[in-house]
Design a protein around this ligand. Structure first.
Ligand SMILES: *Cc1c(COP(=O)(O)O)cnc(C)c1O
Length: 372
């Protein structure tokens, strides 16, 4: 995308590559690494991130919806791609055309897959989703899975995998994750006893991959931590990761604002003494959270300066009084690599009482991603 204004999200493909390698080292040689790139690679850019991950050693890719998988195929990515979520009946034949692996969690889906595969006389892989305690999608019981598989079988459709998803693997207390894991193990055992061995059993997201190595099984599905973000503080000592995204801008105007001159919509901030205010061309229309109004900071040449007044749709004001001399041509960073003294995404997420996933996903398409 053309970039006329000085606002951009810097994506370090080197950091991403390092993170993939860190996970490859962390898991066993026989265990596969699936790079999860749903939601535009958590806002980092689907295709460039997927390409870097595969180049760095990711064996497979995971997405939430078929549109994302098709975009990857169109970009030339040939590794197996698992679609985690719901695939509507009308597009299952397209999934078969594009060699996508679909998740089966109802009888209807497997019927649709068999229908499309037989019509095209093409081999299709499916993965079965087990609900072990998140209560989102998935089949709870081994018996239910066996019943569906017995009723619906085809030489064209191969049960390549069976998986589940944890709801609380970032909790320091392992009890619920262990309970989910044992539920999953018992379902897998029950299904395999009748159906035969399923080649790829998998259950770990980033948090479980880091915190519970005995649960890795045949493959791990790592999303957020490939982007250098830790699901929990207690995991920092276990693996070393680098934050991939930094959000940057430059000032378009700097002026003095005096007492009695309120700043931005709603007049929520008024200086007590004259201050130097820089206006930057980024706002909530770019995904800069409006809740950072009068709360967030940017880092300018290693020093923090506060956001003053409400974040607008397209612009935001910063009190640069403490760095006024060096602020004119400087880069202002909302969040970046904490090793370079930037504010980490974790800190911003904590401040906003949300999770870092949400912040990177919300950086809008209006903000160009610059790959470095
Ligand atoms: C999003 C997702 C993942 C990755 O989760 P992270 O916490 O980002 O590592 C793995 N598996 C499934 C099914 C998902 O939906």
């Amino acid at each position: 995308m053309t970039n006329y204004r000085p606002t951009w999200a810097e994506i370090s493909l080197e950091a991403l590559t390092q993170n993939v390698k860190a996970f490859k080292d962390y898991i066993d040689k026989e265990c596969q690494l699936m790079g999860v790139v749903k939601a535009d690679a958590y806002g980092h850019g689907l295709v460039p991130c997927a390409e870097s991950m595969v180049k760095a050693g990711a064996n497979r890719l995971g997405v939430a919806i078929m549109e994302e998988a098709i975009e990857l195929r169109k970009a030339g990515l040939e590794v197996p791609i698992l679609v985690f979520g719901y695939t509507p009946k009308e597009v299952v034949h397209e999934a078969v055309d594009y060699d996508l692996t679909l998740t089966v969690f109802t009888e209807e889906i497997i019927e649709d897959v068999i229908h499309a595969a037989e019509e095209k006389q093409k081999q299709v892989n499916i993965h079965i989703k087990v609900d072990s305690g998140m209560h989102r999608i998935g089949l709870k019981k081994g018996g239910d899975i066996l019943q569906i598989l017995e009723k619906n079988s085809s030489p064209y459709v191969h049960v390549e995998g069976i998986f589940t998803h944890f709801s609380d693997a970032d909790d320091e207390d392992p009890a619920y994750t262990e309970q989910q894991f044992h539920h999953f193990l018992s379902v897998v055992e029950e299904v395999e006893n009748v159906h035969g061995k399923i080649p790829i059993t998998h259950c770990c997201n980033s948090a479980a991959t880091i915190a519970f190595p005995p649960m890795h099984m045949d493959m791990v599905r790592v999303g957020v931590s490939l982007y250098g973000l830790y699901p929990g503080e207690h995991m920092k000592k276990l693996i070393s990761l680098q934050q991939v995204m930094s959000l940057k801008t430059k000032p378009i105007m700097i002026k003095t604002v005096y007492p009695g001159e309120p700043i931005s919509y709603g007049r929520s901030y008024e200086p007590e003494q004259p201050i130097e205010v820089a206006t930057v061309p980024i706002g909530y229309g770019d995904g800069l959270p409006r809740s950072l109004s009068n709360q967030g900071h940017v880092v300018i040449n290693g020093q923090r300066s506060p956001i003053v007044g409400k974040v607008c749709m397209d612009q935001t004001m910063i009190d640069v009084s403490s760095v006024v001399k060096s602020s004119r041509n400087a880069v202002y960073t909302f969040f970046g690599d904490p090793k370079e003294e930037h504010i980490s995404l974790q800190e911003v997420a904590d401040q906003l009482q949300t999770i870092h996933y949400e912040i990177t996903c919300q950086i809008s398409q209006r903000v160009p991603r610059k790959y470095v």
